[in-house]
Design a protein around this ligand. Structure first.
Ligand SMILES: Cc1cc2nc3c(=O)[nH]c(=O)nc-3n(C[C@H](O)[C@H](O)[C@H](O)COP(=O)(O)OP(=O)(O)OC[C@H]3O[C@@H](n4cnc5c(N)ncnc54)[C@H](O)[C@@H]3O)c2cc1C
Length: 506
């Protein structure tokens, strides 16, 4: 590296967001530098992809001539082209409610099961990303494209002079005076700390309806849920897919547990606590809290009977409150990527798609803006839209938390998300260039979600008997509200909670 090379863009953080951004900008003809404070491969969370994420990957692949993005956008192509990069088959979203102290139970009508297929078959299926592998793979592509990449590098000082950032950093053990210059900085660190330190932003959890935190890790030698169901005589003949090949949600009194399986038999699992219903004790000891919760749910505990925490990350991780949002997402010569700007919750697996939609939109702005003034104007529009997207996601997630004590209203609330996402997929596919993730700019849609969310808040305040009595009214309300967006037969009683065909064909 030349000592004071000047770049068009310095990207800070090489998660998939930063790496894909770097490659697309380089392909657009810019001089790009990517820095990472750690080194790959490294453990990262945020693994369950969605059809929306896959669609954006394919569009970016075409637009910026990055064919390997296409190759990791479908399970079949991924296995054919990059079997060494570990992922897992994700055919859809599955939900099972558990009662404290009781083994899981259901019936022939699948009253306590909900399986929603998001893809038509294995080949065209969505994936769970083993992030250590995927992010490492993408950084290798960054290097292959000749982009300057520095790992073990932390920025120590930033000064903006004459429309250029003078950047100093520490590389590895050196506390050297290495310096570069960059016209723009993209903060892809996936956390608010960098922008708080260097751009004076504030991150806050206020304003979110959702209030959750998680403990999570990767596990080896866990039993499969489908085996458990079959061994215990549950009727699974009409399942649209094997639930271990999905984003598996075990609903519990405290919140829910995610289970995401990879091809190498690793399992990503995490307990997400609904803190609106009381704080967990993880701050004190994550391990005892994990064991305490599992011991309440015998069918879930059975899966972990012989399991061990995998070498990476080697421990249980406690997240603290998950909801956060920056007060500003851009400024003179800098802009934050989506996961730096804000996050709601793992429920509905929106994070990867949200990040990729930010990459896509930011690229348009950076490539199309006529001058700096125009760029700042467009970034303001981007910021407004990003805040609306977080608000919509928050209500879609919160609706499910509000209803999670009763499985039928919960299943109806989940459909609000599916209606929104299927609508977005269809719009993209028909060539309509929506500027907002999940069509958060569609007022009719946001009004529907707002209304249902309000009704759920009222319902949640009712006493036990009244709550059960009013549950059907609530379900009917959601059924009626989603009609304009319900092209996939969601909430059709004849489907008995088994949705085979919600996937948009592409
Ligand atoms: C508990 C939890 C569960 C989640 N589950 C899901 C899910 O199931 N599905 C889903 O779609 N999304 C999920 N997400 C969201 C998902 O994690 C994010 O959308 C995704 O990681 C964003 O990718 P990114 O590349 O923007 O940022 P990150 O993955 O956060 O990567 C940021 C990179 O920046 C580096 N970095 C940080 N600070 C600095 C610095 N100062 N200098 C240099 N480098 C730095 C980090 O080392 C890292 O490599 C989840 C998030 C959480 C917290």
């Amino acid at each position: 590296m030349k000592r004071s090379k000047q770049y068009d863009f310095l990207i800070v953080g090489s998660g998939f967001g930063g790496s894909i951004m770097a490659m697309c900008l380089a392909k657009s003809g810019y001089e790009v530098c990517l820095v990472e404070k750690g080194s790959h491969p490294r453990f990262a969370i945020g693994e369950s992809s969605t059809p929306v994420a896959d669609m954006i990957l394919r569009d970016l692949a075409d637009q910026y001539d990055l064919p390997f993005l296409n190759e990791i956008s479908r399970y079949g192509e991924w296995q054919k082209n990059h079997p060494e990069v570990v992922c897992g088959l994700k055919r859809g979203f599955s939900y099972y409610p558990h009662k404290s102290g009781e083994r899981f139970s259901s019936d022939g009508n699948h009253s306590n099961e909900l399986l929603v297929a998001a893809s038509v078959d294995d080949v065209n299926s969505d994936t769970n990303w083993l992030r250590s592998d995927v992010d490492h793979f993408l950084v290798q592509q960054v290097k292959r494209l000749g982009i300057d990449y520095f790992d073990n590098t932390e920025i120590s000082s930033l000064k903006r002079e004459d429309q250029v950032w003078k950047v100093q950093w520490n590389h590895g053990k050196e506390t050297s005076d290495l310096s570069i210059q960059a016209k723009w900085i993209i903060d892809a660190t996936g956390s608010p700390a960098f922008s708080e330190k260097f751009f004076g932003t504030d991150s806050s959890s206020s304003g979110f309806y959702t209030n959750s935190s998680a403990i999570y890790s990767h596990f080896e030698a866990t039993e499969k849920w489908f085996d458990y169901l079959q061994e215990n005589g549950f009727y699974t003949d009409d399942y649209p897919y094997n639930p271990d090949h999905s984003a598996l949600h075990q609903l519990i009194d405290e919140g829910w547990i995610w289970m995401l399986r990879f091809n190498n038999d690793l399992l990503s699992a995490g307990i997400v606590f609904d803190n609106n219903d009381g704080e967990p004790g993880c701050e004190l000891n994550s391990e005892s809290e994990w064991n305490r919760i599992l011991s309440k749910y015998p069918s879930v505990q059975k899966l972990f009977e012989y399991s061990v925490i995998s070498e990476s990350p080697g421990k249980l991780i406690y997240s603290g409150r998950l909801q956060r949002r920056l007060n500003r997402t851009f400024g003179d010569g800098w802009v934050a990527l989506n996961h730096t700007a804000g996050f709601v919750d793992p429920l509905h697996s929106t994070g990867i798609a949200f990040t990729l939609s930010g990459v896509e939109r930011l690229l348009q702005i950076l490539n199309d803006s006529k001058d700096d003034e125009d760029r700042m104007r467009l970034l303001k529009v981007f910021e407004r839209s990003l805040f609306r997207e977080l608000e919509l996601t928050d209500k879609l997630v919160s609706a499910c938390y509000l209803s999670r004590s009763h499985f039928r209203p919960f299943s109806a609330s989940v459909m609000l998300y599916f209606a929104a996402t299927i609508n977005y997929e269809q719009k993209r596919l028909s060539g309509y260039k929506t500027h907002s993730f999940l069509c958060a700019d569609d007022e009719e849609l946001t009004d529907i979600v707002e209304d249902c969310h309000k009704q759920l808040q009222h319902w949640n305040c009712l006493s036990g008997r009244e709550k059960s009595r009013r549950a059907e009214e609530l379900i009917q309300l959601i059924r009626e509200q989603i009609v304009p967006y319900n092209s996939a037969g969601l909430m059709d009683k004849n489907k008995k909670n088994m949705y085979w065909h919600t996937a948009v064909m592409f």
